[in-house]
Write a protein that binds this ligand. Structure first.
Ligand SMILES: O=c1ccn([C@@H]2O[C@H](COP(=O)(O)OP(=O)(O)O[C@H]3O[C@H](CO)[C@@H](O)[C@H](O)[C@H]3O)[C@@H](O)[C@H]2O)c(=O)[nH]1
Ligand SMILES: [Mn+2]
Length: 733
């Protein structure tokens, strides 16, 4: 068959998983109906206090609603494959702009950021069709100078990678590993030695820059936009310039009094500036800590974007976020976010996965929202959308041909002025930027919200999860960082849930019901805090007070409750093993889910409500990517770092102690009084909690290292839990 007639991509339904999901959905759903029947009939008849019964019922209802929403993503999981070798020749490939965002040289070490940039420059794609834009929200000379050096190093690195077909194009990773790829000939070793030396020099030059400059983010500066070229990269030879992608440094204007809309604001500036220069039809977006692990990702993505059957409505190709610093089956903070990627498989069978902020190839046109503008819109309407720059507006209709030759910024004063305007902090004002154009500002999860809007507008997406990860990032390695990061994410999601954009209404009216259910599940995910708090507290206190809340062992409904518990755990374990993980991962995910519910989801929900009534303002504080040796050591040993915000820790420890107390104190008495029959289930809950969260106990009592629970937190938790438990025991019947 001819090359061009073969499909560029294929999809397969994940049939076994689909069958298991649907069967389980049916059986589990039936059991839940039985539970509701029991609750509604038993509450009316109960002789014990009604409040705890109502609370438990609320918890069960909430869990069931989220469960119902979650079924949508399990309905039709689909996997995709690509055939990059069937793509047209390099001459026919479209241009790609790569956006890399960094915000703070103190939190995001330059060496890692530059490794990401270099790995993207070295993508296996025609260099004249690749353009890099580095957004520096810190407006820092450290980043600018480091970028100049990085380009200098890339000029020797890229030819080396091409010549020896190096797969690991992130130099920091390549030099960590033993010799991979390349020939076995002497030339190779000689060249490799030279490159290694160049990399060492590059690293040393970064150290020098860091020593010379102020390593911190500026919040008050004019825009700085610079094409990095030999004119300013300190005299490396310029012979192979054609082999190098364009590299542009962009620090948008920042003023303390002006809102800057965080990452979404930065990305929109990159969209405008790049529109003036390379104006590529496709954009790869990367966080500064997410390097390209497989140089062919652009070609893989083009297998969808260039597929005539898909391309018209295809907005983006999303790759999973995979993290190089996570050890499989030792992921004590559930940094891998496995549950997200399972959902993305499911969305692959609908109209496509959501955006996850990094590692995706998006179509510029989709972000511009051009389709919403009437074809005959007058110039004023167009300016209402895109702002005052005529030059930029001209670039929109230029079907991806740049307004200026790529290097014009070096010499063209008019262009210089125009990009300064486009990167100024007031450019967005009074336009549709951030609302209908570009990345959306409304919530601190600009990725989720932008993807959601694109799907509402009728765009599709695909999810590609190849066996060699295309991108690798870094995940927080301490409990504190994890919980704080999750609080931000779920605050953003809750903002959407509580707004007019709620996927249940706004989404359901604009996309398929199943697709909107998946968006809704994520938007409302933080509500998990409610059932988890109830189930971590109410049965335990009632156990102490001697109030039964569950059916007796002899009741037929006892089996229903046991079944529901076992069935949900088994389903979780099945999904974990189907993803190739072990049961340790099951336990880790269970534990972290409870910890997140009690802290991150709780505070995210509270803050979303406070923000809704105008009492706070959500912010995006970037996660630190600085690797603390002690923290890393604890993680390697599989030990939690409990040096998290004290408020979080007091909540976790107090609830742990209440569970422990209720089980220990009361279980003995239950045995004595022979009330085993009615209290078994209630005694099981705290037992399960105490066993699953044993690491907390260890952190409070046994550990002496730096990651233990602070003694003050332990003492406070013991005091609070004793008061609460004693109070419950006092009212015992
Ligand atoms: O004002 C800001 C804040 C952040 N960033 C950059 O945004 C990226 C992501 O920030 P990070 O601190 O790593 O946040 P995470 O929570 O780890 O990021 C996840 O969640 C974000 C919000 O949902 C997404 O944007 C990201 O792509 C996704 O990886 C980094 O490159 C930052 O430099 C900016 O450019 N400007
Ligand atoms: Mn990150």
């Amino acid at each position: 068959m001819e090359k061009s007639s073969l499909p560029l991509n294929e999809w397969q339904s994940m049939k076994t998983q689909r069958a298991i999901n649907r069967l389980h959905s049916f059986i589990h759903g039936a059991a839940l109906s039985a539970l509701f029947y029991y609750r509604s009939t038993s509450i009316a008849k109960t002789s014990s206090p009604i409040l705890p019964h109502l609370l438990i019922f609320t918890a069960e209802l909430t869990l069931s609603c989220i469960w119902l929403l979650s079924q949508a993503s399990l309905w039709n999981p689909v996997a995709r494959t690509v055939y990059p070798e069937r793509l047209p020749g390099d001459d026919h490939l479209p241009c790609v702009d790569v956006f890399v965002c960094t915000a703070d040289p103190a939190k995001e070490p330059s060496l890692e950021v530059m490794n990401t940039v270099i790995s993207a420059m070295a993508l296996d794609y025609p260099p004249n069709k690749l353009h890099l834009y580095v957004s520096d929200d810190g407006g820092s000379l450290v980043t600018l100078r480091a970028l100049r050096r990085a380009r200098g190093f890339a000029k020797v690195w890229i030819p080396f990678c091409r010549k020896y077909r190096v797969k690991d194009r992130c130099p920091g990773v390549y030099f960590l590993r033993e010799v991979v790829g390349g020939g076995s000939d002497d030339h190779f070793f000689v060249e490799k030695k030279a490159i290694e030396k160049a990399y060492e020099d590059f690293k040393n030059s970064l150290c020098k820059i860091i020593a010379e400059e102020d390593v911190k983010a500026s919040r008050d500066h004019s825009p700085i936009i610079e094409v990095i070229s030999d004119a300013n990269s300190n005299g490396t030879d310029s012979s192979n310039d054609d082999e190098m992608p364009l590299v542009v440094y962009v620090a948008r204007e920042k003023r303390p009094s002006r809102p800057h809309n965080f990452k979404a604001g930065a990305l929109n500036v990159l969209l405008r500036v790049s529109g003036m220069m390379s104006n590529s039809p496709y954009i790869l977006s990367l966080d500064c800590d997410m390097y390209c692990n497989d140089p062919t990702s652009a070609r893989q993505a083009m297998c969808f974007h260039l597929d005539p059957k898909l391309s018209r409505n295809l907005a983006f190709v999303q790759f999973p976020q995979i993290f190089h610093n996570i050890r499989r089956n030792h992921d004590i903070y559930d940094g891998a976010l496995r549950f997200i990627w399972t959902k993305w498989d499911g969305l692959n069978g609908l109209i496509g996965p959501g955006l996850t902020g990094t590692a995706f190839y998006i179509k510029r046109e989709a972000l511009y929202g051009i389709r919403k503008l009437q074809p005959n819109a007058n110039p004023n309407q167009v300016k209402e959308y895109y702002g005052s720059s005529n030059d930029f507006i001209k670039s929109i209709s230029k079907i991806y041909r740049p307004n200026y030759p790529t290097n014009a910024l070096l010499t063209d004063e008019a262009l210089k002025k125009e990009v300064q305007l486009l990167a100024s902090c007031s450019y967005d004002n009074g336009t549709k930027w951030g609302q209908e154009v570009g990345y959306r500002y409304f919530a601190v999860v600009e990725d989720y919200f932008t993807g959601f809007n694109l799907h509402c507008e009728g765009w599709n997406s695909v999810y590609l999860n190849p066996s060699r990860p295309c991108f690798l990032g870094s995940s927080p390695m301490s409990l504190g960082d994890t919980l704080v990061q999750n609080t931000r994410w779920f605050l953003g999601l809750s903002q959407v849930a509580l707004s007019k954009y709620s996927p249940l209404v706004y989404g359901a009216l604009r996309m398929s019901v199943l697709q909107s259910m998946v968006y809704a599940e994520l938007a409302y995910y933080a509500i998990y805090f409610l059932p988890v708090y109830i189930l971590a507290l109410v049965p335990q206190l009632c156990l102490l007070a001697g109030v039964p809340l569950y059916p007796e062992v002899s009741s037929p409904f006892f089996v229903v409750f046991v079944f529901i518990f076992v069935s949900s755990q088994l389903k979780h374990a099945q999904e974990v093993t189907a993803s190739g993980d072990s049961l340790t991962t099951w336990a880790n995910e269970q534990r972290v889910w409870v910890m997140k519910s009690l802290t991150s989801y709780f505070f995210a929900s509270v803050n979303a409500i406070l923000e809704k009534i105008g009492l706070t303002k959500a912010t995006f504080v970037p996660t630190s990517k600085v690797m603390d040796d002690q923290v890393a050591k604890l993680y390697q040993m599989g030990k939690y770092d409990f040096q998290a915000p004290p408020l979080f820790m007091v909540i976790l420890c107090t609830l742990y102690m209440v569970n422990l107390a209720s089980f220990v104190v009361r279980f003995g008495r239950v045995l004595q009084n022979g009330r085993m029959n009615e209290m078994v289930m209630q005694a099981f809950l705290p037992l399960f909690g105490v066993v699953m969260h044993y690491p907390l106990m260890e952190g409070m009592v046994l550990r002496k290292d730096g990651g233990r629970v602070s003694p003050s937190v332990s003492i406070l938790s013991i005091v609070i839990s004793s008061i609460v438990s004693a109070f419950a025991a006092l009212i015992a019947r």
